[in-house]
Each structure stands twice: as structure tokens, then as C-alpha cells.
Ligand binder design. Structure first.
Ligand code: GLN
Length: 272
């Protein structure tokens, strides 16, 4: 009899302990969620429930407009995955690359830049970057068969560049005796090269590779330029909460395999 009672008491204690544990567990989860990505919003966007994205959408495979007018690409899929984590509907808005930073700073038009934008210290004085999401380099594109020996060969030549880009900065620094011809987009610079209006184009390597992938445009990448750039998304310095939320969502999609799936979809390989 005494034994049975002891057993019942023990069981009750165990049940109590278990239920307390369960309650504690629940509370802990609620706490985490409340200050986390899927709890109450801890950040603000221009339009509630939406994430407006500024992008120069002529930069395949990162962002481009397909035949049906739909913006697609690596950056688009990554932003959509981030939007899903944050419970926000993502809309891409096309802008000239050069105007992205001033427009973001001015506020009111879009919340974030996703545009194959290289993280640079001078840009980071004006806007805040997320953690890096893609490693990139530059490339030099010239007529097929050009024997390229080095930047001194570009002296007196016309180099097409996209205004305000790291490709333009490379050309200014490394080919000071060349004539730089600025374009609004990478695709316009390539069209000018194909038409013979410029002699060379300096542009981000993965984009040059993509633009030369399909049709035979009589052009080729004559040099890969290892600048070791990293792309980041950018948010206004007035919205550090949104930056933190995007960074957290980016870390989440890297951890859960979504990022790798998207990378593989667009580049055919996994990131290093
Ligand atoms: N990565 C380059 C830069 O940030 C080019 C970006 C672009 O043209 N979209 O300057």
C-alpha cells in the first residue's frame, strides 16, 4: 500500500515536471518568435507587407526581364526567398545602376537594392550592406581572337563601361590612357562593342559569361580580372532593423539549403 502511494506521488511529480517543461518550452519559443523574423514586425517597409527592390534589371543572370516582361534571375530568387522568410511580397523595380544609391538614400521609392552590387567601403559610407551573398570578378571582353597581353594594350583604345560600376573603376585605374565610354547598362556596352563603336568592355565576369553564352556575337572574354569582389544587398542607413531582418533571413536560407538550390539553378554548380 505504502509502495503504491509512493509510486503515485512520483508519477504526479514527474507529470508536473513534464508539464512545466512543456510550458517553459512554449514560452521560450514565443519569446524567440516575437523578436524574430516571423513574429511581430520589428522593421518597417515603405508599403506594409511589401518589400520594394531597386535593381538595374539588365544584368543577367542576376536580374533580367524575360520575353514576357517578367523580372527573373539569381538576385530575384534570393530576394523572393528572403521575402518569404520575412512574410513580405517582393516587387522588383527597374532603375539605372548609377541612380540606385542616391534613390535609396533619398527614400520613399524602394526599400532595398538587389543589383549585383559590389560591397565597397566608399558605398558603405552612404548605405548599409548586408553580409556578402556572391563572390565575383571582372572580365575584359574584346573581338574574338584578340591576343591580349595586358592593360597597356588598351592605351588609346575605347573601353565601354557601365557608369558607376566597379568595372569602370578598374578601367580608370588600370588603363589610364584609354578613352572610357560610359553606358547605362551592361547590355548597351556589349551592343556597342558588337557594333564596333568601342574596342573593349570591362564588366563583371559572370555577367559577361552569361551575355556571351548563347549567340555567337563575335566577342570573347580575353582576360579574367581577379578583383575578388563580393555582392551585397543594400538598405538605407535609416532602416537598420530592416537590414538586420534581411541579414537574418539570408543566414537562414544559407543554413537551410535554399541559397544553395538557387545558386545551383543559375550557375550549375554549388558555391565554393
Ligand atoms: N558589381 C558591379 C558594381 O557593383 C556592377 C553591378 C551592376 O552593373 N549591376 O559596380
Amino acid at each position: 500500500m505504502g509502495k503504491t502511494r509512493k509510486f503515485v506521488v512520483l508519477l504526479t511529480v514527474a507529470a508536473l515536471a513534464l508539464s512545466m517543461f512543456a510550458v517553459a518550452g512554449c514560452e521560450k519559443k514565443e519569446d524567440t518568435d516575437g523578436t524574430d523574423t516571423n513574429g511581430e514586425a520589428t522593421f518597417t517597409t515603405i508599403e506594409a507587407g511589401k518589400l520594394l527592390v531597386g535593381s538595374d534589371t539588365e544584368f543577367p543572370p542576376f536580374e533580367f526581364v524575360d520575353a514576357d516582361g517578367v523580372v527573373k534571375g539569381f538576385d530575384v530568387d534570393i530576394m523572393n526567398a528572403i521575402g518569404e522568410k520575412l512574410g513580405l511580397e517582393v516587387t522588383f523595380m527597374t532603375e539605372i545602376f548609377d541612380t540606385l544609391i542616391p534613390t535609396l538614400k533619398a527614400g520613399g521609392k524602394f526599400d532595398v537594392i538587389a543589383s549585383g552590387m559590389t560591397i565597397k567601403p566608399e558605398r558603405a559610407l552612404e548605405i548599409d550592406f548586408t553580409a556578402p551573398y556572391y563572390d565575383s570578378n571582372q572580365s575584359l571582353v574584346m573581338a574574338k581572337g584578340t591576343a591580349y597581353t595586358g592593360p597597356e594594350q588598351l592605351a588609346g583604345k575605347k573601353i565601354g563601361v557601365q557608369s558607376g560600376t566597379t568595372g569602370e573603376a578598374w578601367a580608370k585605374e588600370n588603363a589610364p590612357d584609354a578613352e572610357l565610354v560610359p553606358f547605362g547598362s551592361a547590355t548597351d556596352a556589349f551592343a556597342a562593342l558588337q557594333a564596333g563603336n568601342v574596342d573593349a568592355v570591362v564588366n563583371d565576369l559572370p555577367v559577361s559569361a552569361e551575355l556571351l553564352k548563347e549567340d555567337d556575337r563575335g566577342l570573347e572574354i580575353v582576360a579574367q580580372i581577379p578583383t575578388g569582389e563580393q555582392y551585397g544587398f543594400a538598405v538605407s542607413k535609416d532602416n537598420p532593423e530592416l537590414l538586420a531582418a534581411i541579414d537574418e533571413a539570408l543566414a537562414d536560407i544559407k543554413a537551410d539549403g535554399t541559397y544553395n538550390d538557387i545558386y545551383q539553378k543559375w550557375f550549375g554548380i554549388l558555391p565554393e
